[in-house]
Design a protein around this ligand. Structure first.
Ligand code: LLP
Length: 387
């Protein structure tokens, strides 16, 4: 990881901060572009993963579209110079003003998640004197074999319209005059490491598309969402996610003729290029003998461990290589008992003033930061700007 190599230089920055390895980000983007081009697939970046301006500027250079989840994310993408014609917008609860803005921008597609939303979109489009391109986000009822907190495509999920409901309302949907239904969208979950799950997804999509087209729908594209997982355990082993395998599975199992195939990757684009760098404030031992390392970051900079029990690999980047290794519990500064980064981590002897890297934190780190306890938001340091 970059931070260990440049640790002395990092001493000059106020912690906690996110360190972004721009070289790795570029390699990741090169990989996703190269692999997707083999099949003519189109890739959108899920901006919710990280909407940092510097990163967005780089991502834009590689020609990716955007997937957004709110009116403000859409505005951010437009302001960052992404072509609205490459932007899709999903979200289970879009406000009227957000829908009006998306209609006005004429984006590639609004991914609709309920029959009521479709009807509202039809009305708002009519009011704007437009016909809006949309995709039906269908809940495919697939178990993505990931942390339950981040699965999104099982029957009971809040996301998407159930396939049965689309069938039952097919005639009403087709009769809407101011929406143009041009695609099917689904997203089954995030941090998916068992790639055979995507095979199940393709089989479901094939049936959905075939049956809906028999009912008179006609789709230009299929958008299969994001979800490709990264290696949180040992990021050094797999700094660039396996886009090639995923695309090959989709190529072998998706049978939708010559329709465009779109993906929306968040985590797999930016997770590995980001590390949260934090300073050790104190050591102490609990009455039960647990050795605590108290760092100056907390769940307000990186909430994933506290919110989902997610694992991030941690390393002491300033301790000497031959320092003895000890088991610690690394905790943050917030007034919450769940503000624990890892309960059982082996680190080189760690003491006040050391710098720790909490790795694979580029996705859903900064974008989920909060100001709880009135903490300042963390800064960002980019490898291409370090002297
Ligand atoms: N498309 C849609 C419609 C989504 O809802 C998401 C993520 C993505 C694409 C991007 O998925 P990815 O490629 O990043 O897996 N905060 C959680 C993850 C929530 C994901 C929400 N949706 C975490 O930190 O694990």
């Amino acid at each position: 990881m970059l931070s260990r190599q440049i640790a002395p230089k990092l001493r000059g920055y106020e912690t906690p901060f996110y360190l972004y390895d721009i070289g790795l980000l570029r390699q990741t983007l090169e990989s996703v572009v190269y692999e997707s081009n083999k099949y003519g697939y189109k890739v959108h970046y899920a901006i919710k993963a990280n909407y940092d301006d510097h990163l967005l500027g780089i991502i834009r250079q590689y020609g990716l579209g955007i997937d957004c989840a709110s009116g403000n994310e859409l505005r951010k993408a437009v302001e960052a110079g992404f072509d609205p014609k490459g932007i899709v917008y999903a979200g289970v609860g879009k406000r009227d003003k957000e829908l009006r803005y998306a209609i006005e921008q004429g984006i590639m597609a609004i991914n609709c998640e309920s029959i009521q939303e479709l009807e509202l979109l039809d009305r708002l489009s009519a009011e704007a004197g437009k016909v809006t391109d949309i995709a039906l986000r269908i809940n495919p009822d697939i178990d993505p074999k990931t942390n339950h907190c981040i699965d999104t495509g099982q029957a009971d999920s809040k996301f998407g319209i159930s396939y049965e409901e689309v069938l039952a309302n097919a005639d009403e949907i087709k009769a809407l005059k101011n929406v143009n239904i041009i695609g099917i969208h689904l997203h089954i979950g995030s941090q998916i490491r068992e790639l055979h799950v995507f095979e199940n997804m393709c089989n479901k999509v094939n049936v959905i598309v075939e049956n809906l087209e028999k009912l008179g729908f006609s789709f230009r594209f299929v958008d299969v969402g994001g979800g490709l997982g990264v290696n949180y355990d040992v990021p050094e082993n797999e700094p660039i996610p396996n886009f090639a395998s995923l695309f090959s599975i989709v190529h072998n199992h998706l049978a939708v003729g010559d329709k465009e195939v779109h993906f929306e990757f968040g985590r797999s684009i930016v997770a590995e290029c980001g590390e949260l760098i934090t300073t050790v404030l104190f050591n102490k031992t609990t009455a039960t003998g647990r050795k605590l390392v108290i760092v100056d970051a907390s769940m307000t900079e990186l909430i994933r461990p506290a919110l989902y029990g997610s694992y991030h690999n941690i390393e002491n980047i300033t301790a000497k290589d031959d320092e003895v290794r000890t088991k610690y519990t690394v905790v943050g500064t917030a007034c919450e008992s769940t503000d624990v980064f890892d309960e059982n981590v082996t680190l080189r002897k760690t003491q006040r003033g050391d710098l720790l890297s909490i790795k694979s934190a580029g996705a859903y780190g900064m974008s989920m930061a909060s100001r709880y306890n009135l903490h300042d938001l963390p800064g960002a340091v980019y490898s291409d700007e370090i002297k």
